[in-house]
Structures are given as structure tokens and as C-alpha cells.
Design a protein. Structure first.
Lengths: 308, 314
């Protein structure tokens, strides 16, 4: 029952996001045909506008868009007239999703490891070393890290290929560049949270009872400390798998990251709406799954007043 | 007499010596005074705070210490290495990098600090209320539901559209960037604090406070939020550079601080090509300042966290 209710709420949320985006997009000035206006005769422009329903009043345009959306038809791109928006998303999503998932795995594995090691060695060399890496990771943005990685690993040392996409070797450098900042943040969250948990009485009790350290850290420490990381990775995961403008541009990856930015600058209305709906659908679903996962991590958590 | 009734005659005043049995060990002092003393004892916190102060002082006076304006171009002095005349060298248009670095500090620090303030004011408050109300009857569930849907909606609407909308309504420039960051910047903090409060509120001290009649806002602010201080500080050290980089990304797209004005983000962005051409100082100084600021915030934050957490005290 809870899940059914949430599914309805999720659809309403996506509808609200889509509607707000639609009207904001129509309020801001700009014309997708600005560059064609000098070349094409007025009648031709009018016909093109009519094709995209742009000659109708905005409320009518909205109604027509929502009618198509109900059948999952996201329309045709204005910028590249031969492509449907559904097609653009289908073609680009796999590359973006693969890159994002790899970056996520790298960030989680190494971030958690660094954070836990730092917390267990509080104020010792390993702690300072981990936090040094974390500060560097946070303060070097991906648009600086990516060219550096290319310069050393691909140009100077010729270890990895770049500027193409296809084999798994091509995906290593962009994944690392994408993972660096989240890795550092996860490490810091985990360290801070672990430090707090390892000070609790139940840890001292378990330790005094002679529980082996690995079991103590994994069963009692990590499980109680991981919640902030879980809250953090929800939106992060969505942002990573739906494509990133900078990394995809630098590494020439055929993902969908660039459409989020380019469509807005070109006023490519159907693509703006399509990418927004795609992004927010994954977003609300992921945040819902994160909410559910809270209960499995910490059974004391009560999300609703109903039984469940 | 009813079994549950307690008669006044059952109470007797304490004897004189038992009144003395619990002497107060330390002189009483206010929370602020105690925190200040603890922060001052922490070397890393003092270092971080001094660095921040130093960066702010240079941001105010730095550009005036040299004869070069941050936007003055000199086509005969392009790409000069650091020297006694141009302390940080010059860029491809012959502008003084020292002057631009400190001028850029003003823009970048303002954006970072405003982002941090919004994170605390809106993010922590909304996350705290949402997490506390979840599971508290029908009204509570509804409050949590509505707040979290607002968060989702703000996440979902394309950020660039909001920025462009604001630029249309207002003048393009730093104010619009700051407002755009304020609209959406706090939602990450809200989700994280909500998660923390959901976990913390099942603790016995919360139940105790509630049964003793403490009001809900007081439980949230005095009992729950202070226990999330560590996570708040960690998240702030992420929000601040993120806001500084968001500005540089907007500038890169032509929506941020406009040339000839400078910010650390735009300076780093403009000088990406130097990795290949060798004028390292153009990327190094703004990049180093961002890292130094982050280090200062982190060191100060960690020290502050230790000072605020009574369990970490020796």
C-alpha cells in the first residue's frame, strides 16, 4: 500500500517537474530558429513552427505536449530534425550509464576504504594521508583533472587510449576523472561518521567481549556509520549515470550529457523536456529506493506512521 | 489512601551534609565561551582560521598592493613568468595574475560563503524538520512528504533554465548567480540531514526529552542538529568548492562573471591550455588558492567539530 501510494506520488512529482520546466522554458526569451530567420522565407519558417506546434498559444502547446507524453512520445528534436527525442535518449543513455556506474563503483569502493582506514587510525599518518587525498580530490575539479590525466596517461606515458569510445580501456580515464570528487566526499563522510560510531558504548562493549576487530568494524561500525554516505550517493548516482557535460565533452564520449546543456542553449524545446523527464524519472525512483534502503540498514528507522 | 497517591508528609528536606554531596567541579561558563576556548586549544582549527583570515585580508588589499589593475591588458607583457614586477606573472592578455587572483578571491569567496550560509539556513532546517516529522502521525508524514517532494522538484528542474530565467528577470552577474545557487544549492544538505535525523531520533535521549515536555523545535535544534554537526561540516566542505566551480562552469557557458572581471574558477578555466604550453603560473595560482581555501575550511571545520562534540574532549 505504501509502495503503491509512493508510485502515484512519483508520477505526480514528475508531472509537476515537467510542467514547471515547460513554462520556464517558454518564459525565457529565445527562438530555436533564430539562425534560420535570415536564410529562410517567412512562409517556410511558419510551416516549421506549425510542425512543432509553436504557432499555438502556450496553454494549447502544453496540452498537446502532455497528450503526447501520456503515450511516451517525446517528440522530434528541432536541432537535428531527423531524430526523435526517444531515439536520442536511447542512443546516448548506455554510454552515459556505463561511465556513471563505473565512476560510482570506483568512488564507493575507494571512498569507503579511505574513510574507514582514516577513522580507525585517527590522528595517525594513515589518517592524515587519506584526508590529504580527500582535500586534493575535492579541490581539483574534473575539468582540470581530466586534461591532466589525458596528458600523462595517454600522451606522455601512452598507457591508455583516449578520444574514442568502445573498448573498456577507453572508459578508464573518464571514469577516474568523474569519480575523483565523489570519492573524496564519500571518504570524508565515512571518516566523520565512523569516528562518531566507534566512540559509542556498544562498540566498547563488543570489543570488551572479545569480538574480532574485522567483525567489530564491519557488523557494528560500518553498518551504523554508512547512512550519511547512502543519503549522499542517491542524487550523486542519478547525476553520474545521466551523463556529465564536461567529462563527455573532454573525452568525446557519445553520451547524453551534452544534450542537457546544448538543448537549453539551442532552445531545442522537445529535447529540453525529454532530458528533464528522463532525469527526473530516474531521480524520483532512486530517492524512493534510498528511502526504502534506510530501513534495511537501520531497522529502527520509521519512515511513516503506518505499519509499513 | 489510593495506592498511586503520594502524600506531602512523605517528603522530608535533605540534611545539611547531603546537600554538599555533589560539588560542581568546573566553573560554569557559557557554551560560546567554552567552544571558543576549545577551538583555540586546537592547533589545526587555529591554523585553518588564520589562513582564512589571511586570504580574506589579501582579497581586500591584494589588488591594491600592485600597480596593475586586474582588468588592465598589456599586449607587450603577455605570458610573463613570475618576477619581482609581476609577482604571479601575467596571462595571455598581459593582465597581472597577482591582482586577478586576489580580485577573483572576492567573487569566489562570496559565492562560497553564501552557498554555505544557505546550506545551513535552509538545508539543515528543512532536513531536520522533515526527518523529525516523518512517522509522526498523518500530519507528520504529510510534512515530510511535502518537503521531500519540494526537494525532488528543485532537483529535477534543469538548473541552467533557472539561471537563464533569473538573468532575464535581473541583471546578469554575481547576484543572479548567487540567487540561482541559493534556489537549488541546499537540497543535498536537506536529504543528508533528513537521513541523519531519521536515524538519530530513535535514540533514548530524544524520547526522554519528549517525555519531559521539550517542544519539537527545541528537540530538533538542541538535541538532533548538534549531533549531526560532523556531517554538516563535511557537507559544507563539499558545498563551498562546488559553488565556486559552479560559478566557473556558468562563466564557461557565458552565464557567469563576465570578462574582464575574474574569479578563481574562470581563471582556472581560461588557462586550461597552459598544461600543454607551459605557463604553469596561470593555472597554478588560482588552482592553489582554491585548494588552500578548501584546506583552511577543512582544518577549521574539523577543529570546530572536535570542540563542539563533548564526547571528543579529553
Amino acid at each position: 500500500m505504501y509502495i503503491f501510494k509512493r508510485l502515484i506520488t512519483m508520477l505526480v512529482t514528475i508531472w509537476v517537474i515537467a510542467s514547471l520546466t515547460f513554462f520556464i522554458m517558454k518564459i525565457i526569451p529565445g527562438d530555436p530558429f533564430a539562425s534560420d530567420a535570415d536564410v529562410l522565407p517567412e512562409e517556410v519558417l511558419q510551416n516549421i513552427r506549425a510542425k512543432y506546434n509553436l504557432d499555438e498559444p502556450i496553454p494549447v502547446q502544453y496540452a498537446l505536449y502532455m497528450k503526447d507524453l501520456a503515450t511516451f512520445d517525446l517528440g522530434i528534436s528541432i536541432e537535428s530534425e531527423s531524430r526523435t527525442v526517444n531515439g536520442i535518449i536511447w542512443d546516448g543513455a548506455p554510454a552515459s550509464a556505463l561511465l556513471g556506474t563505473q565512476a560510482m563503483v570506483i568512488a564507493l569502493v575507494f571512498g569507503l576504504l579511505l574513510g574507514i582506514v582514516a577513522a580507525l587510525n585517527h590522528n595517525k599518518m594513515l589518517d592524515y594521508f587519506s584526508m590529504f587525498i580527500a582535500i586534493v580530490g575535492i579541490s581539483v575539479p574534473s575539468f582540470i583533472l581530466a586534461p591532466l590525466l589525458i596528458n600523462y596517461f595517454a600522451v606522455d606515458w601512452q598507457l591508455l587510449p583516449v578520444a574514442s569510445w568502445g573498448t573498456w580501456q577507453h572508459s578508464i580515464l573518464p571514469s577516474v576523472a568523474l569519480a575523483a570528487t565523489p570519492l573524496a566526499v564519500i571518504a570524508r563522510f565515512m571518516r566523520s561518521s565512523m569516528l562518531e560510531v566507534m566512540n559509542q558504548n556498544y562498540i566498547k562493549t563488543a570489543d570488551a567481549k572479545g569480538l574480532p576487530t574485522t567483525k567489530l568494524v564491519i557488523r557494528h561500525g560500518i553498518r551504523n556509520a554508512i547512512l550519511p554516505v547512502v543519503s549522499f550517493i542517491g542524487p550523486l548516482f542519478v547525476a553520474l549515470i545521466t551523463g556529465t557535460f564536461v567529462i563527455e565533452k573532454i573525452f568525446a564520449i557519445p553520451g547524453i550529457g551534452r544534450y542537457f546543456v546544448d538543448s537549453i542553449f539551442n532552445r531545442d524545446y522537445p529535447v529540453i523536456m525529454g532530458t528533464t523527464i528522463f532525469f527526473s524519472s530516474i531521480l524520483v525512483l532512486t530517492l524512493f529506493l534510498i528511502d526504502i534502503s534506510y530501513r534495511f540498514i537501520d531497522p529502527r528507522i520509521k519512515l511513516t506512521s503506518g505499519g509499513d | 489512601m489510593e495506592p498511586n497517591q503520594v502524600d506531602d508528609s512523605l517528603f522530608r528536606p535533605l540534611s545539611a551534609e547531603r546537600k554538599q554531596s555533589d560539588p560542581i567541579q568546573r566553573p560554569s561558563m557559557s557554551v560560546w565561551k567554552e567552544t571558543t576556548i576549545n577551538v583555540l586549544k586546537n592547533k589545526m582549527a587555529v591554523l585553518g582560521f588564520s589562513l582564512l583570515l589571511l586570504i580574506i585580508i589579501f582579497a581586500i588589499f591584494g589588488p591594491k598592493m600592485v600597480a596593475f589593475s586586474p582588468s588592465a591588458q598589456s599586449l607587450t607583457d603577455t605570458n610573463l613568468a613570475p618576477s619581482s614586477e609581476h609577482w604571479f606573472g601575467t596571462d595571455d592578455l598581459g593582465r597581472d595574475v597577482w591582482s586577478r587572483t586576489w580580485y577573483g578571491a572576492r567573487v569566489s569567496l562570496t559565492i562560497g560563503l553564501v552557498a554555505a550560509a544557505i546550506d545551513i539556513l535552509l538545508g539543515v532546517t528543512i532536513g531536520g524538520i522533515s526527518g523529525y516529522m516523518a512517522g509522526r502521525g498523518k500530519t507528520g508524514d504529510r510534512v515530510d512528504g511535502v518537503l521531500m517532494r519540494i526537494v525532488e522538484i528543485l532537483y529535477g528542474i534543469p538548473y541552467l533554465l533557472v539561471v537563464i530565467l533569473l538573468m532575464v528577470i535581473m541583471e546578469p552577474g554575481i547576484t543572479s548567480i548567487i540567487i540561482a545557487l541559493s534556489v537549488t544549492g541546499w537540497v543535498g544538505m536537506a536529504r543528508i540531514i533528513r537521513g541523519q535525523v531519521l536515524q538519530l531520533k530513535s535514540q533514548e535521549y530524544v524520547l526522554a526529552a519528549e517525555k519531559l515536555g521539550t517542544s519539537h523545535p527545541k528537540i530538533i535544534w538542541r538535541h538532533l542538529i548538534p549531533n549531526t554537526a560532523g556531517i554538516i561540516i563535511v557537507n559544507l566542505t563539499f558545498t563551498i568548492p562546488q559553488a565556486i566551480f559552479a560559478e566557473s562552469f556558468l562563466s564557461f557557458l557565458g552565464l557567469g562573471v563576465q570578462a574582464p572581471f575574474a574569479s578563481w574558477g574562470t581563471m582556472a578555466n581560461d588557462s586550461l591550455g597552459v598544461i600543454l604550453s607551459g605557463q604553469w603560473w596561470r593555472l597554478f595560482f588560482p588552482g592553489f588558492m582554491i585548494s588552500l581555501t578548501m584546506f583552511a575550511f577543512n582544518a577549521f571545520g574539523d577543529g570546530l567539530q572536535d570542540a563542539l562534540d563533548p564526547r571528543a574532549r579529553k
